[in-house]
Design a protein around this ligand. Structure first.
Ligand SMILES: NC(=O)c1ccc[n+]([C@@H]2O[C@H](COP(=O)([O-])OP(=O)(O)OC[C@H]3O[C@@H](n4cnc5c(N)ncnc54)[C@H](OP(=O)(O)O)[C@@H]3O)[C@@H](O)[C@H]2O)c1
Length: 259
């Protein structure tokens, strides 16, 4: 893990991606559900050192992000932006068109056209299938990851193939924050339950993208680089996996493409 040199902003460590680029380990999620906050995105970029934003065509907020990115005055080259196409955008021409439309809505010239190519919700079986059909190994796989959902076999598989594992729903959509074990660990470390979840993901080597529409929560979620969870407590959190999904179960197969 390297620390990006970004004078003036709090730095978020980055990890290398097989495409030759690097991805900040902490990003900001956005969503069509639960609202979108312009103020929160601008604050994350200007005050919290966030240089990684996750969105999707489906979330309907790409145009809103254009305004927030512009207002933040953060340069395009300093930002990692992930967007996702929908599975109906399949086929070379449709994919290219959908990428260009996303670029237009986001107000950016490239996603490279795509500088790094990823997938989302791909399990080992899907990645094996992709190996049969494609020459490029995906650079990133974005999958649900939080204390109740820790697909270690998939994480290990991605590591072996040099695919960055990016975890979404790190707070289990808020469900993890009221769990007694997490509350207890938060008290022990003098942190909040959200910080424990986010720090745990990062210590497990997972790129993570918590979402909040509240400035004070974004501040909180970004203050995770000045403490360490002891190994035995990481093991306690690792042991909380019960296989539950708070988003959806990808074993029902929908292919999404990340750029
Ligand atoms: N690829 C996929 O299929 C997929 C699926 C789901 C999500 N995602 C991505 O992952 C991102 C994160 O997932 P998510 O939003 O579903 O779940 P999440 O980040 O685990 O949880 C977000 C929820 O927690 C609340 N929250 C955030 N910070 C908090 C804090 N410090 N204290 C208390 N509550 C807090 C948020 O409410 P407020 O907003 O009110 O603060 C929101 O209700 C999404 O935004 C999206 O970019 C991808």
């Amino acid at each position: 893990m390297a620390v990006a040199d970004r004078p003036g902003a709090r730095s978020v460590p980055v990890v290398p991606v097989a495409s030759g680029h690097s991805i900040p380990v902490l990003g900001l999620g956005t969503s069509h559900q639960g609202g979108y906050s312009h103020t929160a995105v601008v604050h994350a970029l200007q005050k919290c050192g966030i240089r990684h934003i996750d969105t999707a065509k489906r979330y309907g907020c790409e145009s809103l992000l254009q305004r927030a990115i512009r207002e933040s005055a953060v340069k395009r080259e300093d930002l990692w932006i992930t967007t996702k196409l929908w599975h109906s955008d399949c086929g070379y021409e449709s994919t290219k068109k959908a990428c260009l439309e996303s670029c237009e809505r986001l107000g950016v010239e490239y996603l490279g056209l795509c500088k790094s190519i990823g997938v989302s919700n791909f399990l080992i079986s899907h990645l094996e299938q992709l190996k049969e059909d494609c020459v490029i190994t995906p650079h990133v796989n974005q999958v649900e990851y939080h204390p109740f959902q820790r697909p270690q076999e998939l994480v290990d598989y991605c590591r072996r193939r040099d695919i960055v594992f990016e975890g979404y729903c790190p707070l289990a959509k808020g469900e993890a924050l009221t769990h007694p074990t997490i509350i207890q660990l938060a008290k022990k470390y003098g942190r909040t339950p959200a910080q424990i979840c986010i720090r745990w993901s990062i210590q497990n080597g997972i790129v993570t993208i918590p979402k909040s529409t509240k400035v004070e929560r974004i501040e909180e979620n970004c203050k995770v680089f000045d403490f360490t969870i002891a190994e035995d407590d990481v093991e306690i959190l690792n042991g909380m996996h019960d296989g539950r999904h708070v988003s959806w179960d990808p074993s029902f197969i929908v292919f999404l493409i990340l750029i």
